[in-house]
Design a protein around this ligand. Structure first.
Ligand code: SRM
Ligand code: SF4
Length: 558
């Protein structure tokens, strides 16, 4: 438990925020600056927004003695990454009117818009609200967007499991009405404060962000063990029996701070009924709320609370609060994490097309009119959409009779060709946003990864390894937003043009990788990979994945 006299600055801001209102109203009215007050930058996160600035233009503006070019990023709440065609059309219009126009699919199955100027924030949220969309609690020290195995074709029980994403999201929503009051200009409800009493979050919220993912074995597309809390669906004889519960996943590290580390979740037991599952989730949060570190935000995630308390003590504390004991975990097996591209049909006969979207960036460029194509698909009103944790999209729920209409659009806009032609290396890669909007980026992410992949492809081809499903991920800093530590090959930005190279993670997401070489530039990265792939080609065991090979040869032996 943290020292009450040594609370971090954010703790003070949260408790003094009057139910997450802060002085956002005043900040919005201030026309002198495009920014908001400093304390409010922490408060608006709980409303799903970040204040950012265009880092590409910092120098130019500073030379002209201009303030930074402040803008806002907004992230939607879409449990399990589901969005209807109507909502997708609305999101496109809102992006066009108020942001850069690019829609970014994130690694947690939702979308972000960037580049909103301050005066556009309220109209944006109002337009989202009219489309029945919101951004509540997608950032901040609170439960975030709940991720869930995305492909309905993978299991006949997908819908049943998928419904949990929504239930959990609703269960863990904050009680404050500040979002409606500030952004939707609902009447002030100060006198109705008792409705806002929040037994879960109280007035201090959690010590840090909280993430939940649900996986349906054998698919671990959500990277279950990287979440603070993960549910593994246990399906026996075609029946959902309940969930194994894993806690304590989290990836961020800080360069040079040995106290910080990436950790995969630990399975603490099994719960059968919905009531037990939801109660357990709720109390895992209250234990983290009460025992988490509120002094040092770098050590505040559940993974550190768990390691400080010990797994048994944490589980016992949860069980004493729920009033029942978890059962021993049930057997499960993960065999894949990649998306399954192309058309697939579910047991009810509906069709799903998974398309490749490089680093989740939905836009029209000189090569591909992706955004226009998806809008045309949406306008047929013959499908819904799902986002995947690999930053891709699934055109979902297409009736047999409508498949040809959708396929014709995908063919006409060359989306089929684009997805089919992308190499395995590219399809298995993800990268975080990084520059120019992320204030924490030390190096490029999504703007550089496609180029690097183009240089890695010929090396793979040289060793006839093109068909391998090697998972490669890149981030612009060690926070790990594209989960690079859970990749077979991870590139973690250390400085402009330089990346730490991590190897030895497995293909299924059950073993973290290890730092192999520090701060390499592009030439050094390509040289290292050439050597690693050459060794893989000649020394691998039959059917051994690159991750397992590199772990065996370079990591386990150290
Ligand atoms: Fe992240 C902070 C982008 C998934 C760990 N992340 C940020 C911020 C908001 C930078 C900031 O704090 O100002 C980035 C905004 C960039 C921008 O301009 O848009 C950012 N994170 C992203 C996204 C958009 C990356 C992407 O390209 O898809 C992902 C949004 C997911 C979502 O929809 O909610 C994203 N972030 C992740 C993940 C992966 C995951 O959750 O599956 C992680 C690692 C897993 C984990 O949480 O341990 C991750 N982001 C972080 C951290 C480190 C947290 C920590 O434990 O210390 C930060 C920094 C922080 O919180 O202080 C961070
Ligand atoms: Fe920004 Fe770092 Fe996250 Fe990339 S990993 S989006 S650079 S915080």
């Amino acid at each position: 438990m943290s020292d009450k006299n040594n609370l971090s600055a954010i703790e003070r801001i949260k408790t003094a925020s009057d139910g997450l209102r802060g002085s956002i109203e005043q900040s919005l009215q201030d026309e002198i600056t495009g920014a908001i007050r400093e304390d409010d930058t922490a408060v608006i996160k709980f409303h799903g927004m970040y204040q950012q600035d265009d880092r590409d233009r910092r120098d130019e503006r500073s030379e002209k003695k201009l303030d930074r070019l402040y803008t806002f990023m907004i992230r939607l709440r879409l449990p399990g990454g589901f969005i209807s065609a109507k909502k997708w059309i609305a999101a496109n219009e809102i992006a066009h009117d108020n942001s850069t126009g690019v829609i970014k699919i994130t690694t947690r199955q939702t979308i972000q818009l960037h580049g909103l100027i301050k005066s556009k924030v309220r109209p944006t949220i109002q337009s989202f609200h009219e489309a029945n969309l919101d951004s509540i609690a997608t950032c901040g020290d609170i439960n975030r967007n709940v991720a869930c195995s995305s492909h309905p074709g993978e299991s006949p029980l997908h819908a049943q499991v998928f419904a949990y994403a929504d239930k959990i999201s609703t269960l863990l929503m904050p009680k404050t009405k500040a979002y409606y009051e500030i952004w939707l200009e609902d009447e002030k409800i100060a006198e109705k404060k008792e409705e806002e009493i929040d037994p879960l979050y109280q007035d201090r919220y959690l010590p840090r962000k909280f993430k939940i993912g649900i996986a349906i074995p054998p698919n671990n597309d959500v990277d279950l063990f990287t979440n603070d809390l993960g549910l593994i669906a246990i399906i026996e004889n075609n029946e959902l029996k309940g969930f194994n519960i894993a806690i304590g996943g989290g990836l961020s590290t800080t360069h040079g701070n040995a106290q910080t580390y990436a950790r995969l979740g630990t399975v603490i037991g099994f719960a059968d009924t919905e009531e037990k599952v939801l109660k357990t989730i709720y109390e895992v949060l209250t234990v983290q709320r009460d025992f988490g570190n509120r002094s040092d935000r770098k050590l505040a995630r559940l993974k550190y609370t768990l390691d400080n308390m010990g797994v048994d003590k944490y589980r016992e504390e949860v069980e004493s609060r729920t009033g029942f004991k978890l059962e021993p975990a049930r057997p499960y097996e993960f065999t894949q994490r990649s998306d399954r591209y192309g058309w697939m049909q579910n047991k009810a006969g509906l069709w799903y097309y998974t398309l490749f979207i490089e680093n989740g960036r939905v836009l029209d460029d000189e090569k591909l009119a992706l955004k226009t194509a998806l809008l045309e698909v949406a306008r047929t009103d013959k499908s819904n959409f799902l986002f995947t944790s690999n930053q891709n999209m699934i055109i979902s729920d297409v009736a047999d009779a409508d498949k040809e209409t959708i396929n014709e659009i995908l063919a006409r806009f060359k989306i089929l060709e684009h997805t089919d032609a992308a190499s395995n290396a590219r399809k298995n890669s993800i990268a975080c946003v990084a520059l120019p909007t992320c204030p924490l980026a030390l190096a490029e992410g999504q703007r550089y990864m496609p180029t690097l992949i183009s240089k890695i492809e010929p090396i793979l081809a040289k060793y006839q390894l093109n068909d391998e499903d090697i998972i490669m991920r890149m981030t612009g800093c060690p926070n790990g937003c594209a989960r690079p530590y859970a990749a077979e090959i991870g590139f973690v930005g250390t400085a402009p043009g330089h990346y730490n190279l991590h190897i030895g993670g497995d293909n299924e997401g059950e073993r973290l990788n290890t730092l192999y070489k520090e701060s390499l530039d592009e030439t050094a990265i390509l040289n290292e990979l050439d050597g690693l792939f050459a060794a893989f080609k000649t020394e691998r065991k039959e059917k051994e994945s690159f991750g397992d090979f590199s772990y065996r040869k370079y990591v386990a032996t150290v």
